[in-house]
Design a protein around this ligand. Structure first.
Ligand SMILES: NC(=O)c1ccc[n+]([C@@H]2O[C@H](COP(=O)([O-])OP(=O)(O)OC[C@H]3O[C@@H](n4cnc5c(N)ncnc54)[C@H](OP(=O)(O)O)[C@@H]3O)[C@@H](O)[C@H]2O)c1
Length: 362
């Protein structure tokens, strides 16, 4: 079989790590990078004169109409990324994307289009960096009836909150530290406010429960107002604060409870142990019980692992069909219910969660 030909859209943090993996001396076999599209391809090409056999372009058509078998999308944002993924599928390419926003909004339609075209759309990198949660939920646990997912899904917020805990610093100092280390954008609001985790949780609700949920339907409390006093109070209780994303599904009455919020978790739980940009998840099934996964949740190199894994899955079986999601909306979506403010929320969630599962996760 000839190697899988790959065109990359977007040479940024993730894209450049993917290129590095595909082109260095011990490059992954069976995968050949042929093209890089980027709006500043002219500048970036000059800095990478050593990349041989790869054509750089600023014209999207050059990538979409090339002989590539797969388009890797690492541009980010909703548009034009979503439109270009559609164009790629229509042009008969499979697509690998790291874009949670696109998958949360358009994933259902795009997967249908891919199946109609006899091509694959894979998006392991869109959730959890190198933590293989998409495969865990969609494939590995497909034989169970999943009832709950509780997870740290945002590496930036985790880096900030775990830094506050480790150094007892104020949140602004922890944000500056995360920015210095490349874990946080200049404006970390989408991460701290929970928007990023809501998009990822919405995708997981589709994969795990077959529910069509938009990120906006998921309740969120910002982690931006967590103070060092809150962290100290949690510490006195043997806990630490993490941004958790939680979704539980009651199939009997088609009710989904879903929220993202800063929560005090036991220090030695899978969540308390996740530091820096790590992610972690506990997935509960009716038959298998609890399954935990954790690992590097962000960063170019970690996320490139998920991209390369998707490319290898396509290279192994080019004719495979990634099933289109058959989703229906839940009858009822609940958020926090009675939880009124952050302090109550900490103790409320802590006692409720330690009863149900966090204690066993130690
Ligand atoms: N970074 C992570 O740790 C991480 C982890 C998981 C998933 N992801 C996802 O991966 C995707 C990429 O993230 P990233 O951190 O690599 O972003 P990034 O560093 O900003 O890279 C995006 C690249 O795309 C280029 N680009 C943006 N808009 C373009 C357009 N309209 N036309 C052509 N090129 C364009 C950018 O060019 P400029 O250089 O000119 O801006 C940049 O090179 C996003 O969907 C993100 O959510 C990222």
């Amino acid at each position: 079989m000839s190697p899988l030909r790959i065109a990359l859209l977007g040479y940024g943090t993730v894209g450049s790590s993917v290129v590095h993996r595909l082109t260095r001396a011990d490059a992954v076999r069976d995968l050949t990078l042929t093209r890089i599209f980027d709006r500043r391809a002219d500048v970036k090409r000059r800095a990478h004169a050593d990349l041989r056999g790869v054509a750089w372009t600023t014209r999207i058509e050059d990538a979409l109409c090339s002989d590539a078998d797969v388009i890797v999308e690492t541009i980010g944002g909703l548009e034009p990324a979503s439109g270009w993924i559609q164009d790629a599928l229509r042009a008969g390419k499979s697509v690998v994307t790291a874009n949670k926003q696109v998958i949360a909004r358009d994933g259902e339609c795009l997967l249908r289009l891919a199946a109609r075209q006899g091509r694959q759309l894979r998006f392991e990198a869109a959730i959890g960096g190198a933590m293989p949660i998409v495969r865990a939920v969609a494939d590995g646990l497909a034989g169970d009836r999943l009832t709950r997912i509780v997870a740290i899904l945002n590496g930036t917020t985790n880096a900030v909150l775990s830094r506050m805990d480790a150094t007892r610093c104020a949140i602004d100092d922890a944000i500056r530290d995360a920015q210095r280390r490349g874990y946080a954008e200049q404006d970390p609001c989408l991460d701290l406010d929970g928007d990023d985790a809501r998009a990822k949780l919405a995708i997981l609700c589709g994969l795990a429960f077959g529910l069509r949920v938009t990120p906006e339907e998921i309740a969120a409390r910002s982690a931006a107002s967590v103070t060092s006093a809150d962290v100290e109070a949690a510490r006195r209780d043997g806990a630490t604060i993490r941004q958790l994303a939680c979704a539980s599904h009651d199939a009997a009455d088609s009710t989904l409870t879903a929220w993202v919020a800063p929560v005090a978790v036991p220090r030695h739980s899978i969540f308390g142990r996740a530091t820096g940009p790590q992610n972690a998840a506990l997935i509960t099934g009716a038959h298998a019980g609890e399954i935990g996964v954790s690992g590097a949740g962000a960063g170019g190199d970690a996320t490139a692992v998920a991209v390369i894994s998707d490319l290898l899955a396509i290279a192994r079986d080019r004719a495979a069909i990634v099933p289109a999601l058959i989703l229906k909306p839940p009858k009822c979506i609940r958020g926090f219910g009675e939880i009124a403010d952050f302090r109550i929320q900490i103790s409320d969630c802590e006692s409720r969660m330690s009863d149900s599962f966090l204690a066993e996760a130690v």
